[in-house]
Each structure stands twice: as structure tokens, then as C-alpha cells.
Design a binder for this molecule. Structure first.
Ligand code: FNR
Length: 338
């Protein structure tokens, strides 16, 4: 369905958005971002092939919808709280696989996104991510198939090309497929986060399109607190702003009333991680990013040593909370198994 013909759907204009981030953009962090004020949250990139091995399961114990592999391992977990704000991002190089994945998750998410910016070898070799940037016909095929085939708005996230005119031409081609918005990471495929983000090219794209442009790439250099979001938006002439690294370090960047201390972030994060039975290895990784500059503190050392969810919770004095939720989940499990 063309996004313009849809009524009550996700609108990407004038929004502050949690960027897709592998391992970081899992359910607890997405809920935390929404809690602090993000308008839209993107999930981590999930590869089409892997998603197509999953089946959809309603998890009555956690009140979640899980997409699980045959061995029972959840690949993607979501819940009703984020349903209207969640964008599912996939890595794909094929229109039909992309459509199958979109159909699989369609009723549990608010939007579908295609990653066209990932520069990692794994993506490029598979013809995914930034490999798509030089394949306009493939881009057109994938996006048109999705726009025509799913009932939710479709977007994509690109990087800039070496020349401004090329980037504008690519963005116009993307717009012509009927997508609802496009996220532009203002760096070239070969550039790393230490390189300057090119705000001028994002701005030129934003001025050339009629759909919302979501500016991305400003963490650290331009985005350090909530007030910076509006400044970055003005600087890039964009409708919306998408934040990655600054959010992985401190999710309260989305909070109008200002940044919160690291300890508060860790506790709030852990509450969601416990409630939704997040794998402790993933929680550990996410918390390490919050402590990033303080990994040599006693908490950092304890986090490195942690070997279970209970160990991780104990670092922030949340062992009791963990125990309580575990017992509750166990009782529900017994109830559903009766
Ligand atoms: C990313 N990025 C990324 N991009 C994407 O489209 N899909 C993904 O799954 C990921 N994964 C990912 C993981 C981690 C840990 C980081 C730091 C980044 C890129 C990200 O969305 C964003 O484009 C860049 O980080 C630039 O934005 P910031 O960090 O300057 O706000």
C-alpha cells in the first residue's frame, strides 16, 4: 500500500528517533528510549535469511511476541508497549525475501526499514547494506515490492555518496518508490565515526525531497544533550533526527529535562531487561556501553566478571527485583503448562 493512502500510520515528520544498532537496539533499550521520550525506535538490523528461519510465537509468560528459531532461540522480541513506535530494520539484497520478512513481522511493528548503509564486509559480500547504494535498480525493486506488498510504511537508511548531486539523485529515486521517509547518515561508505559528518549533503537532500528526511550521524560531534537535537535538525535542514552512539552511551539524551547519571540509566535499563528476560550477555554488552568511559570502576570490573543475569543485577542492588520477577515468571510458566 502506498504510504500516502494510509490513514492512521506512523508519521516520520518532526520526530526524534532511536537509530538501528546491532545488539544495542534490543527490546530493553528500545523501551528505555521510549520511556525517556524518543518518538520512534528502530530495532537492530536483522538479516532476512535468519528471520525466514523464525516462527512467530506469542509468549504468554512475558507478554511478548517472539520470533524464534527452531531450537527455541528468540531472534526478535517485541511487545505491545512499542508496537505503534517500532520500526523493524532488515538487511536484505532481494525483493522477495524482503517481502516475506516484512509479511512475517507486519502486524507486530509500525514500520519496515531496509538497511542501505552498513559498510561491514558481511553485508557488502551479501549484496546488502551499503552495497545497495550503487545498485539503483535493486533499490527500486526492493522498495517498490515492499511499498506495494505491506500495509505499514516503508523507509530506508542510506549513507551519502561522494558527490552531492549523486546523493540527491539516489534520494529522489528512493522517494519515487513511495517510501514514507529516508534516513541519511551523513558519511561515505568508507568513512568511520571519527570522520566529520557531512551536514551540508544531508541538508541538500532534505531540500530536494518532499518526504521527511531523518538526519543521522551527529553523535559526539553535534549531539551531546537534548537541546542539541533541535540544533542538528536545523543544521541539516531535516524533518527528524536519528541518534545512535550518544543513545547507546546515555539513553536519557531523549529526555527533555536533561541527561541522567549513568547509575540511573543502568537501573532503568535493568528493570526492562529483567521484565523481558533479556539474555544476560546482551544486557552485559549494553551496560558496558553505558559505562564505556568508566569500565575501570568497581562496577565495570564486576560487570566484566558477571556470569548470569543475577550477577549483573547484583551490581546495581537489584538482586531482589530479579528474584521477585523470576518467581513471578516461574508461577506463570507453571500456570500455562497446567
Ligand atoms: C550501528 N549502526 C547501524 N546502522 C544500521 O542501519 N543498522 C544497524 O543495525 C546498525 N548497527 C549499529 C551498531 C552500533 C553499536 C553502532 C554504534 C552503530 C549505525 C548507526 O545507526 C548510525 O548510522 C551511526 O552510528 C551514526 O549515527 P550516530 O552514532 O552519529 O548518532
Amino acid at each position: 500500500m502506498n504510504s500516502e493512502s494510509m490513514g492512521n500510520t506512523l508519521n516520520y515528520a518532526n520526530k526524534v528517533i532511536l537509530a538501528p544498532m546491532v545488539r544495542i537496539g534490543t527490546l530493553p533499550n528500545r523501551l528505555l528510549a521510549l520511556h525517556y521520550g524518543a518518538d520512534i525506535v528502530y530495532g537492530e538490523e536483522l538479516i532476512d535469511y535468519k528471520m525466514l528461519q523464525c516462527k512467530r510465537v506469542e509468549n504468554d509468560i512475558l507478554n511478548t511476541v517472539d520470533f524464534v528459531l527452531e531450537n527455541g532461540q528468540p531472534v526478535f522480541r517485541t511487545c505491545a508497549k512499542e508496537k505503534d513506535k517500532l520500526v523493524f530494520q532488515m538487511g536484505t539484497s532481494d525483493p522477495q525475501r524482503a517481502l516475506q520478512v516484512a509479511k512475517l513481522v507486519e502486524k507486530d511493528v509500525a514500520g519496515i526499514d531496509v538497511n542501505m548503509g552498513c559498510p561491514k564486509e558481511f553485508s557488502i559480500k551479501g549484496g546488502m547494506g551499503a552495497a545497495l547504494l550503487t545498485k539503483p535498480d535493486k533499490i527500486k525493486d526492493i522498495l517498490t515490492t515492499l511499498v506495494n506488498g505491506v500495509s505499514k510504511p516503508v523507509t530506508c537508511k542510506i549513507r551519502i555518496l561522494p558527490k552531492v548531486e549523486e546523493t540527491i539523485a539516489l534520494a529522489k529515486l528512493i522517494q519515487s518508490t513511495g517510501v514514507a521517509a529516508v534516513a541519511v547518515h551523513g558519511r561515505l561508505r568508507e568513512e568511520r565515526p571519527r570522520h566529520h559528518v557531512n551536514c551540508d549533503i544531508i541538508k541538500a537532500v532534505a531540500e530536494s525531497l518532499s518526504i521527511p528526511v531523518i538526519a543521522n550521524g551527529g553523535s559526539d560531534e553535534y549531539l551531546n544533550c537534548y537541546e542539541d537535537i533541535e540544533k542538528f535538525k536545523l543544521l541539516t535542514g531535516s524533518s527528524s533526527v536519528m541518534i545512535a552512539r550518544e543513545a547507546q552511551w546515555n539513553m536519557s539524551i531523549f529526555r527533555k529535562d536533561g541527561l541522567l547519571p549513568e547509575d540511573d540509566i543502568c537501573k532503568a535499563y535493568l528493570k526492562y531487561a529483567v521484565d523481558y528476560d533479556n539474555p544476560y550477555t546482551n544486557s552485559k554488552y549494553c551496560l558496558q556501553q553505558v559505562l564505556h568511559k568508566n569500565m575501570e570502576s568497581s562496577q565495570g570490573h564486576a560487570l566484566r566478571r558477571a556470569e548470569s543475569a543475577k550477577d549483573v543485577c547484583a551490581i546495581w542492588g537489584m538482586e531482589e527485583y530479579w528474584q521477585e520477577v523470576q518467581s513471578k515468571q516461574q508461577r506463570s510458566k507453571e500456570y500455562f503448562e497446567r
